[in-house]
Design a protein around this ligand. Structure first.
Ligand SMILES: [Cu+2]
Length: 125
């Protein structure tokens, strides 16, 4: 085996390790919480090339609103869909779009862009 063959194998192994890490590694998910004022909680998710934070944790039993702050101009993220809640909002009509989240019971509400490419979730607990 010459040096270039060894080099090729090493590069290959590094690539394989990277791919495994990329798909199966535990990536730290940015998670946000809500602000509670007068028994109402609000959380803000910035929409810009994705959702930031992509996970929002809400307190059970406190009426909740999640504000989507639209800063993206691509068609991909123009809609946000909460399938479980029957919500499909056009985010391009105004800068901030508010979605009411039921908090009467604990649970997770997934949301996605209109094409189901970007995902996030709202966790009530
Ligand atoms: Cu999309």
């Amino acid at each position: 085996m010459n040096i270039s063959q060894i080099f090729t194998i090493v590069i290959g192994l590094i690539l394989i390790a990277f791919i495994i890490w990329w798909f199966f590694g535990k990536h730290k998910e940015a998670s946000g919480t809500s602000t509670i004022v007068n028994n109402e909680q609000t959380a803000t998710i910035v929409v810009n090339g994705g959702y930031s934070p992509s996970t929002v944790v809400l307190k059970k039993g406190v009426p909740a609103q999640v504000n989507f702050d639209m800063r993206d101009s691509t068609a991909c993220l123009s809609h946000v869909v909460f399938e479980q809640l029957g919500v499909n909002e056009d985010l391009t009509k105004q800068k901030i779009t508010t979605v009411n989240i039921p908090t009467d019971k604990a649970g997770t509400y997934n949301f996605a862009c209109g094409m189901d490419m970007f995902h996030g979730k709202v966790v009530v607990k």
